[in-house]
Design a protein around this ligand. Structure first.
Ligand code: PBG
Length: 323
């Protein structure tokens, strides 16, 4: 035998030398859940290790993450039912929970980068990402709301806005609104290939944002499709996106790879709530090692071609690197 692949696996130093993919804290965006109130830290039952924070305790959480070397966060607000309506009016209230939290974080940690979610669902009494009329999520009227929401977030200090709604034309519309108001430096991370997935379940628990009726299949992508992701990528790129995202990550590694090979923009992948919960639940049952599972899954996303990973594991991974 003159070819023996095992020669390059025989010691840790050699294995490290030939390692093709590695993870750095620079790759990560850590999602954070925000609630009203004071001194609150409420665990999310379906996401062990993840909690919802009031703005004061949130600052402590951001501080501990910054100490570990995390620099970029994706905050999401949980809005009380009483403030939700059909048009997600609260989503563009400049004094609402979300803009207040963004201002607090940026005031206390000016070096931190915030990527904020633009979609109606946390504020919508219908629990949909757009305006519902006659049981239909209507596109163009929704763009108006998304534009206002993105502007309020940018004014509060968001560095990058992340439209996660999957309406047609939203990246172009948001870009226009931001530019017209002088926010030419605010970036857009488009949720480009966002699939209608079962893996968002724990997130919708955390924010009480599940659709009251129906599903999201008329706007989020069909899990059976990959070519369609290229159409979305072409549109988002033409409309001015600075980053493209694939979501979820694990069941769509092929899509991450395809976008990486077909675009010159940075590609992000969202390792979503259900993917996190799956590993945590199996580990709690003693069925697998959570830490090894975490590292393997994160590596797979990077190996598939993601430059950026949004993950609930980000903090734990930072702690793991410290050890
Ligand atoms: C809202 C939004 C969702 C997620 C991020 N932004 C849920 C959804 O589309 O229903 C899911 C994130 C996760 O599951 O971790 N548009």
């Amino acid at each position: 035998m003159n070819r023996r692949p095992r020669r390059n696996r025989q010691s840790e130093v050699i294995r490290n030398m030939v390692q093709e993919t590695s993870l750095s804290l620079n790759d990560f965006i850590y999602p954070l859940f925000i609630i009203e109130g004071q001194n609150q830290r409420i665990d999310v039952a379906s996401m062990p290790g993840i909690a919802r924070f009031s703005t004061d305790t949130l600052l402590d959480e951001v501080h501990s993450c910054v100490e570990l070397g995390l620099k970029t966060f994706a905050p999401f607000p949980s809005i009380p039912e009483s403030l939700k309506d059909k048009y997600a009016t609260e989503s563009h209230n400049p004094d609402g929970l979300f803009p207040r939290a963004i201002r607090e974080i940026k005031k206390n940690f000016p070096e931190v980068v915030l990527m904020t979610d633009v979609a109606m669902d946390p504020y919508s009494s219908d629990g949909h990402d757009g305006i519902v009329e006659n049981d239909e999520v209507i596109n163009d009227e929704t763009l108006e709301v998304l534009g206002k929401m993105a502007l309020v977030q940018a004014q509060a200090g968001a560095d990058i806005v992340g439209p996660s709604d999957m309406m047609d034309g939203r990246v172009g519309h948001i870009r226009r609104v931001l530019d017209e108001n002088g926010f030419t430096k605010t970036g857009i991370m488009a949720y480009t290939a966002k699939y209608a997935s079962a893996f968002y379940g724990p997130f919708r628990d955390a924010l009480d944002s599940a659709p009251k009726k129906g599903d999201k299949k008329t706007y989020q992508m069909n899990p059976a499709n990959s070519r369609e992701a290229l159409i979305e990528a072409e549109l988002d790129t033409a409309e001015g996106a600075d980053f493209l995202m694939v979501k979820p990550a694990l069941a769509y590694l092929d899509v991450i790879k395809m976008l990486r090979e077909n675009s010159h923009l940075p590609i992000a992948a969202y390792n979503v709530s259900g993917e996190y919960a799956m590993i945590k639940a199996a580990a709690q049952n003693g069925w697998l090692d959570a830490e090894k599972g975490m590292v393997e899954v994160l590596l797979s996303i990077k190996r598939a071609g993601a430059d950026i990973i949004l993950s609930y594991f980000a903090k734990e991974f930072a702690q793991y690197l410290k050890k």
